[in-house]
Unconditional design. Structure first.
Length: 399
C-alpha cells in the first residue's frame, strides 16, 4: 500500500516525532511511505528524515510563513492547501491513503480524487491561541470554522490521548458524534537504547544531582516553572548541598521563530535575576544523540507543560530509566504513574521543589523509580504495539 504523510513543518517537536515514528512504523509493515512537508531543515530535524530512512519532499516553502510578522495560522492554512493541490494534481506518487495532521484545511483537497484521508488531531488548533482583541476574534472566526468543518471531512480521526479526545468533543460541537480512535504515540525503543555515541556531554558541571528539562522554547511549555522550582530548592538547602544540584534546559530552537528567540532570552534573564547562572545551563536544539546523553546524565526529568496533549519526553525519559516530575494534568496522567515512575505535581514551583528535594536527598529513590519507569514504557507504549494499531487503522480505512 502507498501512504503519503502531509505535515506543515518537519522540525523536532513532539508532533514531528510522532509523524516520523508513524511513517517508520508503516514502512516496517511493508508499505511504501513518503512524507511531504512545507519545510524541512536538515540541521533541524530527526535523523530518519535526514539519513534517507524516510523519503521526504518539501512543497511550498517559498510561500510566506507570516504576513508582516502576523497571520501565522492563515499562512499555515494556505501553505498546506497549496501542498495538497500539488500532491493531488502534480505528484507522480499516487497514495492509497493520506495521513494529515495539525492543519485540517488540506483534507478536502486531498479527497478530491476519492483518496482516503486519516487526520491525526494532536489538539484543536483553535485552542492554541488567545483572542484578547476584537480583531483577533474576527480574524480567527473563519479559520476556526474551516478547522472544524474540514476536520469532519476526514475518513478517520485519530487523537493522541483520552485527554485530547475529551477536549475534541467539547471543542468541536458539530463533531460530538464523530467516532474517534485513541492512538497513543510511541517511542523508537531500539533507537533510544542503542549504544551511546563516543562523545562528551556539552555541559560541564560537578553536580551529583542533575535535573533535565526538554521542551521547545515556547511560553506555553512553562519552562519558567523549572527555573522557579530551582529557586525554591535553593532556599531549602544550604549553599554547599545546593552547589551539587544543576538544571539543564534543552529545547527546540528555530531562529526563524520569533518566540523561540525571545523566550530563550527571557529565560536567560530570569536565571540571571535569580542568581542561578551557576546552576542552570541552556542548550538549543540538541541532536538525537545529544538528547540520549542528557537523559543518561540526569537524575530525573522535569516536564513543565500543563494540560499537555500527550507529551513524548516523559516516555523517552522513563524508557531510559529516569523518573519524571510532571504537572498532574493532560497527557502525563496517562503515562506517568505517580510515586512509582515519577511524581505528578501541581503546577507550582513549591510542589516541584519538594519532589526535587526528595530525589536529591535519596539517590536510590531515583534509581528504583527509573527501573519501574522503564518496564512501564516497554510494556504499555511499545513500538510494536503502536505499529500494529496504526496498520489496522490504515487497513480498515481503505476497505
Amino acid at each position: 500500500m502507498k501512504i503519503a504523510f502531509l505535515h506543515p513543518d518537519l522540525g523536532i517537536g513532539g508532533a514531528e516525532r510522532l509523524i516520523v515514528d508513524a511513517a517508520v512504523a508503516l514502512k516496517s509493515k511493508g508499505h511504501e511511505v513518503r512524507i511531504y512537508t512545507n519545510h524541512h531543515d536538515p540541521k533541524h530535524c530527526f535523523d530518519e528524515t535526514r539519513d534517507g530512512t524516510l523519503k521526504t519532499e518539501v512543497i511550498g516553502d517559498y510561500l510566506p510563513r507570516t504576513l508582516f510578522g502576523r497571520f501565522y495560522a492563515l499562512c499555515a492554512y494556505v501553505r498546506m492547501i497549496c501542498a495538497a493541490f500539488h500532491l493531488v494534481f502534480k505528484s507522480d506518487f499516487e497514495p492509497d491513503v493520506y495521513i494529515c495532521d495539525q492543519v485540517s484545511a488540506a483534507i478536502p483537497v486531498l479527497k478530491w480524487k476519492g483518496t482516503k484521508v486519516i487526520f491525526y488531531c494532536h489538539f484543536p488548533d483553535l485552542l492554541l491561541t488567545a483572542r484578547k482583541s476584537w480583531w483577533k476574534k474576527l480574524y480567527r472566526a473563519p479559520l476556526d470554522w474551516i478547522e472544524e468543518s474540514t476536520t469532519g471531512k476526514a475518513d478517520e480521526i485519530l487523537v493522541n490521548s483520552n485527554f485530547t479526545a475529551g477536549v475534541f468533543k467539547h471543542t468541536f460541537k458539530s463533531l460530538q458524534n464523530t467516532s474517534l480512535k485513541v492512538l497513543h504515540p510511541t517511542i523508537n525503543v531500539q533507537n533510544l537504547l542503542r549504544p551511546l555515541p563516543d562523545a562528551e556531554l556539552e555541559v560541564k558541571t560537578d553536580a551529583t544531582t542533575i535535573f533535565l528539562s526538554i521542551n521547545r522554547y515556547e511560553r506555553k511549555k512553562n519552562i519558567q516553572l523549572a527555573i522557579d522550582a530551582m529557586d525554591r530548592l535553593s532556599k531549602k538547602l544550604n549553599p554547599k548541598d545546593f552547589s551539587k544540584i544543576h538544571l539543564i534546559i534543552a529545547g527546540g530552537y528555530d531562529e526563524r521563530v520569533e518566540e523561540n528567540v525571545s523566550h530563550h532570552s527571557e529565560l536567560q534573564d530570569s536565571v540571571q535575576r535569580l542568581r542561578l547562572q551557576n546552576h542552570v545551563t541552556f542548550l538549543r536544539s540538541p541532536s538525537d544523540d545529544a538528547k540520549r546523553l542528557l537523559f543518561h546524565a540526569c537524575t530525573a526529568v522535569i516536564y513543565t507543560p500543563s494540560n499537555e496533549h500527550f507529551g513524548i519526553v516523559p516516555l523517552e525519559a522513563m524508557l531510559l530509566g529516569r523518573p519524571v516530575l510532571a504537572c498532574a494534568s493532560g497527557g502525563p496522567l496517562e503515562t506517568v504513574i505517580d510515586q512509582q515512575t515519577g511524581f505528578l505535581c501541581s503546577a507550582e514551583p513549591g510542589a516541584f521543589a519538594e519532589r526535587m528535594l526528595d530525589l536529591a536527598k535519596d539517590r536510590s529513590l531515583a534509581r528504583e523509580m527509573g527501573v519501574s519507569a522503564s518496564e512501564h514504557v516497554k510494556k504499555n507504549f511499545s513500538f510494536t504495539s503502536f505499529s500494529k494499531k496504526l496498520d489496522e487503522v490504515v487497513q480498515d480505512c481503505v476497505k
